[in-house]
Design a protein around this ligand. Structure first.
Ligand SMILES: Nc1nc2c(c(=O)[nH]1)N[C@H]1C(S)=C(S)[C@@H](COP(=O)(O)OP(=O)(O)OC[C@H]3O[C@@H](n4cnc5c(=O)[nH]c(N)nc54)[C@H](O)[C@@H]3O)O[C@H]1N2
Ligand SMILES: Nc1nc2c(c(=O)[nH]1)N[C@H]1C(S)=C(S)[C@@H](COP(=O)(O)OP(=O)(O)OC[C@H]3O[C@@H](n4cnc5c(=O)[nH]c(N)nc54)[C@H](O)[C@@H]3O)O[C@H]1N2
Ligand code: SF4
Ligand SMILES: [Mo]
Length: 746
């Protein structure tokens, strides 16, 4: 088959008028407090439609309200929803701005070459879908269906996953695994036989002590979780925060341990040492439920607080006192697993350390520690069995990363490079709601892979960076304009939620379920899409679950009875899904796979003179890059800044508010400058910024505002167990004068 031409980046012009400023953005939020809606909507005049939020992955359920003119007015939390408890965070309330954003993708676009230059042409839906179906059929014929991959992170991705399965490929991956929570899942699976999943089943509501290792709740705004943390603080629970930065939650903590970055495992091993050697562990629990205690005891013999001090900069007495604090609260103690855990490459082992410490304190399955969550199973609409692929992501990933639990986005990208092995080559990408170029580190590698594709389809709502490289761009309507698959998530009680449209899709945007079905029909897969529209499909599923679409349209959220206990019962026999059937302090599975059965501390590189470790995190009012063009939320914060310690600022002679550029260890210079924020709240060896800014597309209002951390993350430390991309071993130095002679090219 003829190769497609080189994929140059194409800018998508913003058609239509400039951004619409909403008259009255309903944002009166202050950090640490989520107000309930104060001005109730006049229900006799307003109409409401259930939804769940797509601004982040907590997926809070609420209602979208229309005003008397039938315009989307506001979104309010659903009181019966365990994710939100009737409250929305500022991003969730500001989600209305996604709908009103006039920079949105409006029409299907096709890459064409005009006068030797690549450009996008507006095409009809039929032309776009026919083109994709024809290319996908060709790929199937030439290379087999397995050569199509799906990279997705929007809720509508589930319909595309169904499409890909029906087509004959299981090569799909989300960036929320190998760029996010994968290591903690692998670490917990090795220890307890099951992962953590979302929402995390940490019983914060009842805890007496919460240990946060780099988990910056309060800036990381996971709604139900932050509400429980807030209550815990009010109740007097003690918080122990381990963070090189004085985070919002550090300011509420009994202990703030400003650790030297990349040394957390030394602290964990020292805590384990203290808990074991001072006999503070839960003896009954350890004896009944765990495996490998004696090996662990011998393993941590030399990991004393004095030893850890030399690695972490945390004083031995602080290590001991914080360990005593945990032991005092046990079993109502949580060493939180974190969420974004792809930091330094040995992240699965750090997560193992966390899992083991919880087990020693007997908190897993105990009130105030970890509860056993339940999920309502959602049935699949009747369809033939999926064809059996000849190879899957497992054949690509598992020989190397034996502990990987799902597909690895970065591995599917690598399997697209010309150097990929002959039998496992990817030729086409469907990308649904993930901005790969700012999400997956090592952008150059992704760009190389893109040049090797025969088909690249991007389904997005906004002209984000990734769309510029597509052959076809399909404009999805926002979550406020569509149905989606049922939200069924684990919680204390099994529960489900409905998302339905509150407005017609603007311009020619369409819902993902419709696109997936239309492609299915064009690919001869009609047996897999027997429903005429999504309402029929959802209603069928709801009826199997004892409700109906009509009922869900009224209530939005439905809770079901529990079938299992929330906590371990006194003396209960329990089987854990590990090789020994117990909680494995010593992992037999890791041993069999050739990995350290117990976590071993490894040294990481520390910055060279004049360089600082680049660390990053979240701002309460933004979700990655997906909100930085949202007019409601940019009102609150429109650019990121660089946290710099005063000592460092003094050495460099830089002042608060000064704009500087950054250069990393590989000589990569940031495209844009960033304003310095001089603050004691960051260690002298690190600098900090919010991820998601520094947008490269000129047609976005947010173009060039601040620095994109991902362009400086060129050194990627891959986790040898599960394949995740450690992103925090990058170091930057300061460039005080504009290093770019010309205007920066996007
Ligand atoms: N450098 C760096 N990289 C990171 C991180 C970091 O902090 N720093 N964080 C990592 C983590 S924890 C995660 S979870 C991942 C997140 O990675 P992504 O999920 O890729 O994050 P976003 O940048 O928000 O990109 C989401 C894309 O989906 C689009 N979108 C939004 N809503 C919809 C919708 O309804 N439908 C469709 N089709 N598209 C939609 C947005 O316009 C945007 O292009 O990134 C990881 N990568
Ligand atoms: N507002 C908002 N909330 C969000 C998101 C969002 O985009 N916006 N994204 C959501 C998603 S997908 C995720 S995965 C979570 C991520 O949320 P978390 O799991 O809380 O994120 P991390 O990136 O692991 O943590 C960032 C913190 O780690 C600290 N840190 C950096 N290096 C080290 C180190 O070596 N050791 C220690 N102990 N700490 C270190 C940083 O200073 C920072 O405070 O947030 C979620 N919540
Ligand atoms: S935490 Fe906020 S942004 Fe995330 S789903 Fe809930 S309301 Fe939406
Ligand atoms: Mo994440």
């Amino acid at each position: 088959m003829k190769k497609t031409s080189r994929r140059d980046f194409i800018k998508i012009s913003a058609l239509g008028a400039g951004g619409l400023a909403l008259a009255n953005p309903v944002l009166n939020w202050v950090p640490g407090f989520l107000p309930k809606e104060k001005t109730p909507v006049d229900e006799s005049k307003a109409k409401r439609f259930p939804t769940f939020c797509e601004v982040c992955f907590w997926k809070c359920a609420g209602f979208t309200y229309l005003n008397e003119e039938g315009k989307i007015q506001k979104i309010i939390g659903n009181e019966n929803d365990p994710h939100s408890n009737g409250r929305f965070c500022p991003r969730g309330t500001g989600g209305v701005g996604m709908y009103y954003d006039n920079d949105r993708l409006k029409y299907p676009l096709k890459r064409v070459v005009e006068n030797g230059k690549s450009t996008f042409k507006q095409v009809s839906w039929d032309e776009a879908l026919d083109f994709i179906a024809q290319k996908m059929s060709q790929i199937k014929k030439d290379h087999g269906p397995e050569s199509m991959a799906l990279l997705y992170h929007a809720s509508s991705g589930s319909y595309f996953k169904h499409l890909l399965n029906a087509y004959g490929s299981k090569n799909y991956a989300k960036p929320s695994y190998a760029q996010c929570l994968g290591p903690r899942e692998a670490g917990f699976v090795a220890t307890y036989g099951s992962g953590v999943s979302s929402p995390e089943p940490t019983d914060v509501k009842n805890t007496k002590c919460l240990v946060l290792i780099g988990n910056h709740v309060g800036e990381n705004m996971h709604n139900g979780y932050i509400q429980e943390v807030s209550d815990a603080i009010d109740r007097g629970a003690s918080i122990i925060t381990v963070d090189p930065r004085f985070s919002t939650v550090a300011s509420k903590s009994k202990f703030w341990l400003p650790i030297k970055p990349a040394t957390d495992l030394a602290l964990l091993l020292a805590w384990i040492h203290v808990i074991i050697y001072e006999e503070l562990y839960d003896k009954k629990y350890v004896e009944q439920y765990t495996f490998g205690f004696d090996q662990l005891k011998a393993h941590v013999k030399n990991n004393t607080p004095e030893w850890a001090y030399t690695k972490t900069d945390i004083r031995p007495e602080d290590i001991r006192n914080s360990a005593y604090e945990m032991a005092k609260a046990a079993p109502a103690v949580i060493i939180h697993p974190g969420r974004h855990t792809t930091w330094y490459g040995d992240d699965t082992q750090r997560s193992r350390g966390i899992a083991i410490l919880n087990a020693l304190l007997g908190s897993y399955g105990r009130k105030g520690g970890w509860y056993f969550p339940e999920t309502k199973k959602v049935p699949s609409y009747p369809a033939p069995a999926y064809p059996h692929p000849h190879w899957t992501w497992k054949d690509i990933t598992k020989p190397t990363y034996k502990g990987a639990g799902t597909g690895i986005s970065n591995d599917l990208i690598k399997a697209t490079l010309p150097s990929a092995t002959h039998e496992h080559k990817i030729k086409g990408w469907l990308i649904v709601g993930t901005n790969l170029l700012t999400t997956i580190p090592d952008k150059e590698l992704t760009l190389k892979a893109i040049q090797n594709l025969e088909l690249m389809v991007v389904v997005d709502t906004m002209p984000m960076e990734i769309t510029g490289y597509a052959d076809i761009v399909l404009p999805e309507c926002t979550y406020l304009e569509r149905y989606d698959d049922i939200r069924s998530s684990q919680h204390r009680y099994p529960n489900i939620a409905l998302r339905m449209p509150a407005a017609e899709p603007r311009w020619e945007s369409k819902p993902g379920w419709w696109m997936a079905r239309e492609l299915g029909l064009r690919l001869g897969l009609e047996d897999y899409f027997k429903w005429k529209d999504v309402e029929e499909e959802l209603d069928w599923k709801f009826k199997q679950m004892g409700t109906s679409l009509a009922e869900m349209q009224k209530i939005g959220v439905k809770m079901f009875d529990k079938e299992k206990d929330l906590y371990l019962q006194e003396g209960e026999e329990r089987f854990f899904n590990t090789d020994s059937g117990k909680i494995e302090l010593y992992s037999l599975d890791f041993e069999a796979k050739g990995y350290d059965p117990m976590p071993v501390y490894t040294e990481h590189k520390q910055p060279d003179p004049d360089f600082y470790r680049l660390i990053y995190g979240r701002a309460p009012m933004h979700t990655f890059g997906r909100t930085v063009n949202n007019p409601n939320l940019t009102d609150l914060m429109d650019v990121n800044s660089l946290w710099v310690n005063p000592k460092v600022a003094k050495i460099w002679g830089i002042e608060a508010g000064q704009e500087i550029w950054l250069k990393n260890q590989d000589g990569v210079i940031s495209s844009f400058p960033i304003k310095v924020r001089v603050t004691e709240r960051i260690r002298h060896d690190s600098v900090y910024m919010i991820h998601g800014f520094g947008k490269m597309d000129k047609r976005l209002k947010s173009y060039g505002k601040g620095i994109d951390d991902s362009e400086l993350i060129t050194n990627v430390k891959i986790d040898p167990i599960m394949g995740g991309t450690g992103m925090r071993e990058n170091f930057v130095t300061f460039v005080l004068k504009n290093p770019h002679n010309e205007e920066v090219k996007a």
